[in-house]
Design a protein around this ligand. Structure first.
Ligand SMILES: Cc1cc2nc3c(=O)[nH]c(=O)nc-3n(C[C@H](O)[C@H](O)[C@H](O)COP(=O)(O)O)c2cc1C
Length: 186
């Protein structure tokens, strides 16, 4: 399959089977990630792989977060947690922030987003499902996640990648045509 075909085939997968993800496959994802483009070869990314007991701690943090965030929506909390319990592995991607250099920090975030996307695409090729989450159980903007990871303040959390074997085959969401999003300058 061509690169363009993989790009189009990749989907956000949110429902997983109980089959664990082989460590060799997780390593292949991380290997793909570090080949992402990055300015001045700062290689500004860091990856936190969460499984086993660490995943239990993540679930506890997510439960607290969801209960605080949605106090009047117990069904939503319960359903979100059910989704989380079924995720075999999580990879949290961060970007190094450069003190006193907001441009470099911003470029580092861009590069780490490329790394997250590389993982997502590589997952597709390895027969794994993946979704990049920030909101809800993604916990990206919740300090509990930073504490759990013992992630220093000079690393910005850009995404939580949920990885496993797909238990769904979603239809591709409709896309606007690129012409609607493009300005051709002469
Ligand atoms: C930066 C970013 C953040 C996202 N956050 C979430 C999220 O919090 N929850 C979620 O269900 N999906 C999240 N997604 C996945 C998108 O919803 C998904 O990519 C979109 O619906 C398009 O579907 P597709 O990826 O199958 O083409 C996120 C994607 C990106 C790139």
């Amino acid at each position: 399959m061509s690169a363009i075909e993989w790009i189009k085939k990749r989907r956000a997968i949110r429902q997983f089977t109980s089959k664990p993800v082989e460590e060799s496959k997780l390593r292949s994802l991380l290997e793909a990630a570090v080949w992402s483009p990055n300015d001045r070869m700062r290689e500004p990314w860091h990856f936190y792989v969460i499984r086993g007991e660490a995943k239990r701690k993540y679930e506890a943090a997510a439960e607290q977060f969801l209960q605080e965030r949605f106090p009047t929506k117990p069904r939503l909390v319960e359903e979100s947690l059910k989704v989380l319990y079924n995720i075999p592995a999580l990879i949290v991607v961060t970007a190094d922030l450069v003190e006193g250099d907001s441009d470099a920090s911003e470029d580092n975030v861009f590069a780490s987003c490329c790394a997250a996307y590389s993982i997502w695409l590589a997952a597709e090729e390895l027969g794994l499902g993946c979704v990049w989450r920030t909101r809800g159980i993604g916990l990206v903007r919740d300090e509990r996640l930073r504490a759990l990871l013992q992630c220093p303040e000079n690393r910005k959390i850009v995404g939580t990648l949920c990885i496993g074997y797909a238990n769904e085959a979603p239809e591709p969401p409709k896309r606007n045509h690129y012409e609607d999003k493009t300005t051709w300058l002469q």
